[in-house]
Design a protein. Sequence first.
Lengths: 442, 298, 327
Amino acid sequence: MQFQRSASRGTFRSALCAVAASTALLFAGGEVHAQETFKIGIVAFLSGQAAESFGIPAVNGAKVLVDAFNRSAAPAPYGQKGFGGLKIEAVYVDEAGGATKQVQELRALYDREKVDAVVGYIGSGDCLAVAPVAEELKRFLILHDCGTPRIFEDGKFSYVFRTASHATMDNVALARYLKAHNAKARSINLINQDYAWGHDAKADFAAAMGQFYPDATVGQDLLPKFGAGQYGTEISVLLSKPADVTHTSLWGGDLQALMLQAGPRGLFKRTQLVISAGDHVLPVLGQRMPDGVILGARGAYGQMAPKSALNDWWNDIYAKAYNGQQPLHSPYRMAQALLGLKLAVEKAMVANGGKKPTPEQLAAALRGSEWDSPGGRIRMALADGHQAIQDTAIARTRYDAAAKKVVLEDIMRFPAECVNPPAGTTAEAWIKAGFPGAKNCP
Amino acid sequence: MDGLLTLLIDGLNYASWLFIVSLGLTLVFGVLKILNIAHGSFYALGAYAAASFVGWAAGMQWSPWMSLAAMLLAAVAVAAVVAPITERGLLRFFYGRDEVLLVLVTYALFLVMEDVTKLIWGANPYFVTEPYGLFGNVDFGVLSYVGYDFALWGLAVAAGLAAWWALNRTRQGKIVLAVIHSPEVASSMGVRVSRVYTIAFGAGVFLAALAGAFTAPMISVQPGLSVSVVVLSFAVVIIGGLGSIEGAAIGALLVGLARSAAVHLAPAAELFVIYAVMAGVLVFRPEGLFQRIQARKI
Amino acid sequence: MNTIIHSTALARGLQGSSRPLRTLAAAAATFTVLAVAGLCVPAWLTYLVTIAAGNALVSLGIVALMRGGVVSFGQGMFFAAGGYGAALLFNQAGWTDALALAAAGGVLAVALALPFAPLLARYRGIFFATLTLALSMVAYGVLMKWPELGGSDGFTVGRPTLLGQRLDGPEGAYRLFLLTVALAAAIGFLARIYFASSTGLVTLAARDNELRVEYLGASVRRLIGANFLIAAFFGGVGGALVVLSLGHVEPAFSYWTVSGEFVFIAVLAGYRSVPAVFIASFLLEIVRSFSSAYFPNTWQLALGLFLLLVIRFLPQGIGSLWTREAR
């Protein structure tokens, strides 16, 4: 019965379509993609506050890496041309404009631009909105940067992957660093942006510190508006009620403004500042960055990256393309996503006899895989092989007047299992339970 | 140091900044009846221009105090270049139309200027920090304030007084007041209304750029500056009454003190406070605290 | 006095006594054309039309208010109310029927609007706009601070059902498109009937000169209040439909820039023609989508220029291209 119905519906439909098509004006359905290219859509913030800090560096990283791949210029095991011999074609989309727009853009990427995979998304809200859409369309999606643990805690996906750790790692590592250095932390002040990223960061940090410093108390819990830029009042509060440790997950222009306004007022002499994701402000702030700030880069990136030929090569091509700049966390994360994608495509092509892989084949190849990236080894270990874990590092800042840049010293590395929750538990529960299953902690 | 005093000082710091930021917006509405969303863009332009001008001044090895003059010049330059183009080249085609339509025009202008600014200055951040240290620090025990913040009080008072004096005590100002009350009657009395509009708009752009220029030393000048300023300045101006300088001052004080109180006493409420104050004032006085007296036309 | 208004309205109505039938035919025809087109054009386009239709409903609410001379800058609040209402009913109360959810969204938005309608009805011009803007920003603040509702990230909604069948996959997307377009056509038809009714015509008169309408015996405040509730209903239904297609709801729906876009669609369409609202909404989505694709770094510039050109050269909106000023 089913068979007949769908058959007749099919013919009815094609008849209708023929009539409509001969009279209506149809949009071009996008370019016919050749079998010789692998088209990817890269989505990151190209406007707004996150552009300068994360979006544009990520796109820059993508551009230079795609170019290197297409010239077979990458070191082994990434030496094949493009993805498995297929030339890579990249389309760039701005992530700004809200979740509704992003869902439309994603659909346009898959249906109109006919991309074979989408890599991107920095904003957690955008990630949460687009993941179910890719899943429903049965198309391949890699989330390369967003921080919320909710993606794979709240949902199960077959076609969606995140090739980087989520933000819990950043704050747990910060707490462990303080503990390992026996830092004084009887009191803690928190200043975070008033949105999900800030709330999650402060909750994770406070809970982690509660495990290591059971007697510590949280003093001020400040939540300035995202994009506020004016922190005079907050700084007064932090100065008049100082704590041993002040934690912030502020980023971008807001973090820079906080440093510029708090520095002259001497805040950092009265408290130990810890920043969960701060490496991207170091090159721009330069000597305005105070010494002795403990910060993370959301991974072992930049100056904290483990020494390897791959890392050296990556820094080299990025610096050559972008005026000697060193890549920071955002391009590193884009790089590890693209490297993982490359290996997955090539593995799938070996399995299917050299054809461009379908989304299902790609998903099967990427699930549970591991690969080397400039920031260390990436392992798709959580959420049934869809969520990556990676090592991270925390360090302390110092301005080197001779080199005219901020150097990171006292680097401490944290293996992945130490600071990422194991499979089968949520991040929040894992911290509250005292990190059961954490291994190899320094 | 006494908590209440800290709260007050912080509130006044924030209020003086808010007042400088909002003054241009309320003036432009008062004269041209345009609620200018692009006000935030002019603010951002002022900040970028200040970054460039101060950079040149530093390059020329002038004294650091010249950087203040450079910032002032930057604001003047922005007003001189942008205001005539915007007002003569765009806004004047929409005069006499619905007020809300003009809001949409300025919103479109805001979008355009976001990208134009990004095209000219790029996405990288600029820093103008030399002026920030000019006034040293003011210490109250352990609590240290940057002297620059208190200098902004002076700027706010000066700008407010200058605007008030120019409007109420000069001949030109009284002509502008006449145009505010009734453009048709003023025009029939021989006033060149279009010239008044151009000058008033120029003053509004200058004040917005001035706010941006003098804020630049404490922030990182990068894309995204304009958005937060739009909401804030709107709130202040709506609370105080559109078109009223005293209203902008009172509105700024209200919002500044309310926000300071929230951060000191109940930080979780900070996001809310400004919208709550705005809605609260509007429910009782929808035209703001200082209403413009308008004769009803039949 | 009332009788004068009623008899003029009746007379005008009688002139086009076949009007309702013609409108019904037009609505049905549009729906059929779109339904057929939806089978043939690529999926991204039907999705875009779905979202455009939902947004158009919200803007139709603004048009209802614009006909009375006031513009609401807070439709985002009702858009969010409808969206969150539908999403919460789906997730917490287990309601899955798309039609029921859309209706519930509308009803919830009206419930939210009820306490504010008498207050808002007293104000006009820029003050009406700023008060609605303030209210929608308060709603935004509330939603951002509500962790159970996902805070700033919002939360996701699963696929709804229609007449028992689950609407997922490409078939489901097409059916959701059909549902949205059908509801939009139905509400558009009802709106046209309302606009041509005596209340609707008196609203137009109030736009021209409130004082005279008051002297003729109608209560302009009641009119604006009623139109505000209607706008809320349209906004809520539109919000519910968009959220069902989108699968995600977030506080940003209540932000002033979203409300501004709805106002833009209404201005682009003009207040005279109902189909113009849907065309305008579709145009904006298309322009936005293609600016993003071709100008990833300067799409705001492209969009802003488009807005300026439209406002400059189509002062009465698209609708003025085929309707004439009633005399």
